[in-house]
Design a binder for this molecule. Structure first.
Ligand SMILES: Cc1ncc(COP(=O)(O)O)c(C=O)c1O
Length: 383
């Protein structure tokens, strides 16, 4: 199998990094569940010495995701948070980072509760405004860390504009592309230097693995991440690498249905009398709908809606039958959650208020079921 350089996105997802196993011809990369590799004689081996450093299943996944995100190389980690932690090793004590104010709660917790202990400084700002990013840049700013769309209020950042500001100040632009997935958004094409994912979400897509990945574009970053992945050792195991690799093969078809279901639910909710606000970039009423059309290919499967009171939000979350009340997102099954008490409970209430994350907000990760069944479920839960 030879992947032509002109191969399109879905072909790349299925074939990049995938060579039939040279020993057996197995078409699917095997799970190399081993901790070490036999050496023929001293100093003579097949390129594999110890499985923290190299594992063929992980290497196949990394080559696959690097091609999907159009980066130079990818590095798979034990979770999305481990991937973000690996990114932080680019920084030194005294460095400053500009971060999307409405970043994932776990990212805020890592930055605010752990990394500030090592002399790193963070400014949380509304990165949907390039002017606000510009105003927050300091002499010691080394990184701009952006999440777009944000979780759960679905605010977008213009990636090209953010890259222009970061690069003018000699800083790296990092984009957490978890919410959109590379089928919907390609940050490197807009100037991002590093892309991270929680592979737990759309890349795996089946809610059966926890993992993370960093995609790099610069040679010096590739060299450093190769070093840090081995030095710190928070690698993705072979079984999880295999599960994510199986997931990326169907990314294009899954995302098409996630996009369709996300839009169908958003349109239904925006006509429901008990719903006061629907946050979905695919709706013309979304304040950044034009940017979404420019920057995204489809609008994703994530949406949030406000029902006015905490009581009603609780009622909806408890009354759904087909949807499951659970944290996480990006799987084939539809999940519903209450961000203020679940995913974003670690974000202080005043910060939640600032970003519009009310106690009456409900979030949905639209799966790939028949959308009519999902709408029926929401109808009965809201009724
Ligand atoms: C946008 C985003 N980034 C990062 C993470 C962290 O990923 P993980 O749970 O795999 O550590 C999450 C988890 O929900 C997320 O939603």
């Amino acid at each position: 199998m030879k992947l032509p350089p002109s191969a399109r996105f879905s072909t790349v997802c299925i074939h990049a990094g995938q060579e039939p196993d040279p020993g057996t011809g197995a078409i699917v990369t095997p799970i190399f569940q081993t901790s070490t590799y036999v050496q023929e004689e001293l100093g003579k081996h097949k390129g594999y010495e110890y499985a923290r450093t190299q594992n063929p299943t992980r290497a196949a996944l990394e080559a696959n995701i690097a091609a999907i995100e159009r980066g130079k190389a990818a590095f798979a980690f034990a979770s999305g948070m481990a991937a973000i932690d690996a990114i932080s090793t680019f920084l030194r004590s005294g460095d400053h980072v500009v971060v999307t104010d409405n970043t994932y709660g776990g990212t805020f917790r890592l930055f605010d509760k752990v990394l500030t202990r090592y002399g790193l400084e963070f400014s949380y700002i509304d990165t949907s405004s390039a002017d606000a990013i510009e105003r927050s840049m300091r002499k010691n700013t080394k990184m701009v860390f952006v999440e777009t769309p944000t979780n759960p209020v679905m605010r977008l950042t213009d990636i090209s504009a953010a890259a222009a500001v970061a690069h003018r100040h000699d800083a790296r632009l990092v984009v957490d592309n978890t919410f959109a997935s590379p089928a919907v958004q390609q940050p490197i094409a807009f100037g991002a230097d590093l892309v991270i994912h929680s592979t737990t979400k759309y890349l795996n897509g089946h809610s059966d693995s926890v993992g993370g990945v960093v995609v790099a574009t610069r040679d010096d970053d590739v060299e450093w991440l190769t070093f840090i992945q081995n030095a710190a050792g928070a690698i993705l195991g072979p079984l999880d690498s295999w599960l994510v690799l199986r997931g990326t093969k169907t990314l294009t078809v899954r995302m098409a249905q996630h996009n369709a279901n996300g839009l169908a639910l958003a349109e239904f909710l925006s006509t429901h009398p008990k719903v006061t606000r629907v946050l979905y970039p695919g709706l013309p009423a979304h304040p950044q709908h034009d940017l979404a059309k420019r920057q995204m290919n489809g609008f994703g499967g994530m949406l949030s809606f406000d029902v006015g009171t905490f009581e009603l939000a609780r009622c909806v979350c408890n009354r759904v039958r087909l949807m499951s009340l659970a944290e996480s997102l990006g799987g084939v099954e539809t999940l519903i959650s209450h961000p203020a008490t679940m995913t974003h409970a670690s974000v202080p209430p005043e910060r939640r208020r600032e970003i519009g994350l009310t106690d009456s907000l409900v979030r949905i990760s639209a799966g790939i079921e028949d959308p009519a069944d999902l709408i029926d479920d929401l109808k009965q839960a809201l009724g």
